[in-house]
Design a protein around this ligand. Sequence first.
Ligand code: KG4
Length: 344
Amino acid sequence: MIGLGIESSCDETSVAIVKDASTVLAEATFSQIALHKPYAGVVPEIASRAHQEKFPYLLQEVFQKAEVSLYSLDYVAVTMRPGLVGSLLTGFITGKTIAELSGAKLIPIHHLEAHFYAILLNGHKIQYPFLGFLISGGNTALYRMDALGKMNLIGDTMDDAAGEALDKAASLLHLPYPGGPSIEQIAKQAKGKQKKKNPFPRPLHTHQNEIRFSYSGLKTALLYHLQKNPIKNEQEKAEIAFYFQQRLIEHLSNNLEKAIVQNPDLNLVIAAGGVTANQEIRKQFQEICTKYNKTLLIPALKYCTDNAAMIAALGGMYYKENMFPVAEAVSSQKGMFPLEEVTP
Ligand code: KG4
């Protein structure tokens, strides 16, 4: 089973050819980070133009590397939601054209669902039901994953996503975009050396049983702190980054623990999305999962951020099951697609 994955929901233009939903034969990704860096965030118009420009070259590269022909494709898996509509459209048109030309099955992919299936690329298997924790630039949410195509939201963010908060905090600290890796790197310099109590409040004191995220208060606290206490040197900057990251991770960990306690039948936890590249998050999540005797799987670093290999991997799962999501048009919405079961 050979599938082509196409990803263009945000600022990564990515294509991959994957065999049996698990082995990457070839992949090529153009990261648009440098294009958006001057604006400290993704500019939708720049993103869609860059996708459109890069797809032909990336496709040529993967077909050459994988040494497969267009006609050996069984399916073409394309991200169709959620994301920036202009960006999604470029990927959809590209994928639909290839599917029409090659006779391969076009499979619409829900980007958030695909993040969890990135673990297939490390040789792991999915076991349902599992707890999915998605932490990226646009999302911070916990899901109960009961089956292929079935994601039930357990807890979402009320305002910013964790990655978005890290990106904004980095901008306030005059650290390079994207903020997550910049903050992680500088915070390491202050680890174990900080002299004061953490000056930032714990995000959102929710009711004991509620699973909810909120990062806007923490972000505002950082802004006010910097206005009152301008940073004088690199050591101070590292400490502030450390305190900010510490509070941000604590909030993720507390909600993870609540979700595990409230869903005792879920024995597998899959954490995914760009923010899970963070080493401190990986360490703390592992400690929680060990405490509750749960298996934790996190994709390899290169498959934490947006990539087409995970899109092809999820497409392969649908293809194998003969069960296909139905979508006519791209959308920024997060709702799941209806499923069409095809009897052979
Ligand atoms: O999954 P992703 O590529 O998709 C979105 O664009 O949503 O995630 C990108 C996010 C950015 O906010 C970035 O700052 C964050 O992931 N990120 C990290 C790290 N690497 C990337 N956050 C914390 N630590 C990292 N090492």
